[in-house]
Write a protein that binds this ligand. Structure first.
Ligand SMILES: Nc1nc2c(ncn2[C@@H]2O[C@H](COP(=O)(O)OP(=O)(O)OP(=O)(O)O)[C@@H](O)[C@H]2O)c(=O)[nH]1
Length: 326
């Protein structure tokens, strides 16, 4: 076990708020800082780990100090295993899934033995400035808990919110956590030192870890996820039709796509709230092409067989008025 302290920063925020965007930015700015990133996704497939890997290639490919590992089991085990490495990192960043209750994670990290070596340095909660007002029920309750536990709130997606939305979101945040530090941003663009605090001043080489299971009771009760995997290519129009018909309580859809229109490269699907985007990723190279799409929703809102049928091209109903816009 390392003898020096390795601070832990927990990144939380509701589904699609911009946590992975923030982690990718942190990794890009790391510039010699050795960071271990523990990614926790809700659902059977850890798409976030893949999305981070994709965006952090320049760090992962560094020869000095790049360590990629696959960690399963609890958060404690993952942190302990990072600390036991012969050359431990300067800081650990944990990305909670969109349905993580930060209090549960903070409780897990408050293990006295762990505290000596890996103290919780801060909780940064990313909030979708444009989406906060649309949440209700369990989703709102969870988002509020994530905000109330934060040391710093990044009011992200400021580009999608007008002045009055930003003011309303800030008033909401202040009511939940009086005196909270709030930074408005777009694409989670904030300095590394703001996210990592004092840990951001060290120097070394970058490194990354992935995949932690810290699913909480609340997440299990209130939300569910399904993963659709297909090896045959999907047409963009079909995907568009599918997204436009999903019920309102499907909060998040993301994944790697094998698109008929782009057979040579992986494409990345991101949909949160009413927005969706597809971006072109790395070529498949030797990997067999295939799509893996994760849908995260309030329990009972998802119908796997319907989604499968829509992807197969079953005739569609009239689009909903609140349809996602691709
Ligand atoms: N317009 C806009 N889009 C953003 C911004 N930040 C992130 N996004 C997009 O929002 C989508 C979700 O971002 P992620 O960073 O994956 O969100 P997340 O919180 O990690 O999502 P989960 O892991 O599913 O909870 C992606 O398509 C991002 O590119 C922003 O400031 N403005």
């Amino acid at each position: 076990m390392t003898t020096r302290q390795v601070p832990v920063t927990l990144i939380t925020g509701f589904l699609g708020a911009g946590k992975t965007t923030l982690i990718n930015r942190v990794l890009r700015q790391a510039d010699g800082l050795r960071l271990a990133v523990l990614v926790n996704d809700f659902g059977a497939v850890n798409i976030d780990a893949e999305l981070i890997e994709g965006a952090a290639e320049e760090i992962i490919s560094l020869k000095n100090g790049c360590i990629c590992c696959s960690l399963t089991g609890g958060l404690l085990a993952a942190v302990s295993s990072v600390l036991r490495r012969p050359d431990p990192p300067d800081a650990i960043v944990v990305e909670g899934s969109g349905v993580t209750d930060p209090l549960e994670v903070a409780r897990a990290l408050s293990d006295p033995e762990l505290q000596r070596y890996a103290p919780l340095d801060g909780i940064v909660t990313v909030v979708d400035a444009a989406g906060l007002a649309n949440l209700d029920g369990e989703a709102l309750e969870l988002a509020q808990r994530q905000i109330a536990t934060a040391d710093l709130v990044l009011l992200n997606k400021a580009d999608l919110a007008d002045r009055s939305m930003l003011q309303a979101a800030e008033a909401h945040l202040m009511a939940l956590a009086p005196g909270i530090r709030i930074i408005r941003c777009t694409d989670a663009e904030v300095p590394l030192s703001v996210v990592l605090g004092p840990a951001g001043s060290n120097a070394g080489a970058g490194f990354k870890c992935e995949a932690v299971d810290m699913s909480t009771a609340l997440a299990q009760e209130a939300f569910e996820s399904i993963v659709i995997e297909r090896s045959d290519p999907i047409e963009v129009q079909r995907l568009h039709d599918l997204l436009s018909r999903l019920p309102e309580r499907v909060y998040r859809v993301k994944g790697i796509l094998h698109l008929a229109e782009r057979p040579q490269t992986r494409c990345i699907l991101q949909a949160a709230g009413r927005r969706a985007s597809i971006t072109v990723g790395r070529p498949w190279a030797d990997e067999p092409p295939g799509s893996r799409i994760v849908f995260i929703a309030a329990k009972g809102a998802l119908d796997r067989s319907l989604i499968e049928r829509w992807l197969d091209g079953a005739s569609m109903m009239k689009p909903r008025r609140d349809a996602l816009v691709a």
